[in-house]
Design a protein around this ligand. Structure first.
Ligand code: GUN
Ligand code: ZN
Length: 458
């Protein structure tokens, strides 16, 4: 026993195998009164609460009572600079970018503003149960510094990169091929691998980059192949047509990236809705990831991503908010939206599949599944604790549940930040309702919703 051992008690739900390959009951372990032993910020042991308490009598204890402990949510595509313009009305992609996004991103030339939004954004993530994100920044290096510094303060594993654009963007938001390369490289060298930071090479998308810029960023990626690369692909049909006009010599949208060294493992392609069969084959064969952004795809009217098809054909799929094109900071809302889009594309995704996509699936897409998005021993103790009876409407439905999946599904479909009782970041407890870090010894047992307490006779 070392002084820093920490026992976190609650219901433990460990989805240890891929529920797209294995039946729900074979892919998960549910410990009704379970415990996670955290040592040095990592998951050291999982078991029955009684057993671990007996084996580690000196560990400090945080008891979440009936709370369900899962890996913290992993959001594999977001734009933190769009925090303040989320839910902007009435536009489709290109008009939405020009009307709302670019003017807001312009404000990030002011480092104070970048810091304010980065801190606000990460607090919002934590209160929504998200402990890791892959975020675009803006063209301004200060926007990258702001998010990594805010993440470092909180101990969060954040992936981020300077968003590069050298055409089809307003004055003040354009760079060129060389400055995109130079500034990305300098930020990468400062941040990548510092603490829990991961630098992502980030061309916004082909319409806002010249071939020269994509080539330069492809070269940078070749020099740093362990970095991820994040961008957008085939989100809306008129965007796909625009790319064909801008790149007449390329055989399709994906080719604009592929021809410049931007298609390989570690590539994360947001949206990826309107793909040809050839693009689908090449994405899979090159080991890239498709990032499903369901609330964004409905909010901006982009189209329906067929998750079941993508998984069945062997794609790596992550799940993401795409804040602020996406209409939420919540991975619960994002799972609900993925479920509804699944219904519209012919597959009812199981709660185990939704939770897996929001944790391990996204972590795999980011090539970080060895350390986040999982309860595997040795991974970071980044955890979310859910109250499955957070509102009367949810409570009365889950009171009828006969399995853990039935119990958790109403929270997936109807839950929001009220369902997120706490997160642990590297084992450190953040009280999401108070919006503050708890003192090390805080006990954190929340009373059950009265409806549920009554139904359990408590
Ligand atoms: N395509 C290029 N930039 C963006 C963006 O900021 N949001 C979304 N949803 N799509 C994009
Ligand atoms: Zn995006």
């Amino acid at each position: 026993m070392t002084a820093i051992d920490h026992l976190i008690l609650g219901q433990v739900l460990d989805i240890h195998a891929n529920p797209f390959d294995v039946e729900p009951d074979g892919c998960a372990r549910h410990i009704r009164r379970g415990a996670i032993l955290v040592r040095d910020g990592a998951i050291h042991e999982i078991g029955e609460a009684e057993d671990l308490r007996a084996a580690h009598p000196d560990a400090r204890v945080t008891d979440h009572g009936e709370g369900v402990i899962l890996p913290g949510f992993v959001d594999s595509h977001a734009h933190y600079p769009q925090t303040a313009i989320i839910a902007s009305w009435g536009k489709r992609l290109i008009d939405w970018l020009n009307s709302y996004t670019f003017p807001e991103e312009m404000r990030f030339r002011d480092a104070d503003y970048a810091n304010e939004i980065a801190n606000r954004y990460l607090n919002l993530l934590l209160t929504h149960g998200t402990t890791s994100v892959a975020s675009f920044c803006t063209i301004h290096p200060a926007s990258v510094t702001a998010i990594f510094a805010a993440a470092e303060q909180r101990g969060m594993a954040v992936t981020a990169g300077r968003t590069c654009m050298d055409r089809n963007a307003p004055d003040g938001l354009r760079d060129d091929a060389q400055s995109a390369y130079d500034e990305s490289k300098a930020l990468l060298e400062t941040w990548h691998g510092r603490g829990r930071a991961t630098y992502a090479i980030t061309p916004r998308f082909s319409p806002t980059s010249t071939p020269e810029q994509l080539e330069a960023l492809g070269a940078l990626w070749a020099e740093h192949p362990d970095c991820p690369m994040q961008t957008h692909l085939s989100e809306q049909t008129d965007e796909v047509e625009w790319v064909a006009e801008l790149y007449p010599s390329k055989k399709d949208y994906l080719d604009t990236y592929e021809a410049h060294g931007l298609l390989k493992p570690g590539g994360m392609f947001g949206h990826a809705i309107w793909l040809t069969d050839s693009e689908r084959d090449r994405l899979r064969d090159h080991g890239a990831a498709l990032i499903h952004c369901p609330t964004s795809n409905t909010f901006i009217g982009s189209g329906l991503f067929d998750t079941a098809r993508a998984v069945a054909e062997g794609q790596t799929v992550g799940l993401a908010t795409d804040t602020g094109g996406g209409s939420s900071f919540s991975m619960l809302h994002t799972m609900a939206s993925a479920y509804e889009i699944g219904q519209l594309t012919g597959t009812a995704l199981h709660p185990a599949q939704l939770l897996w996509l929001a944790t391990t699936g996204s972590a795999r897409a980011m090539r970080q599944a060895d350390r986040i998005g999982t309860l595997a021993l040795g991974s970071a103790a980044d955890l979310v604790v859910l109250d499955l009876a957070s509102t009367p409407a949810i409570a009365q439905r889950q009171a009828r549940a006969e399995t853990i999946w039935e119990a958790v599904f109403p929270t997936i479909m109807m839950g929001d930040d009220r369902a997120v009782v706490a997160v642990h970041v590297g084992g450190r407890l953040f009280d999401t309702h108070k919006g503050e870090w708890a003192f090390p010894d805080a006990s954190h047992s929340r009373p059950l919703n009265p409806l549920i307490s009554d139904s359990l006779g408590l």
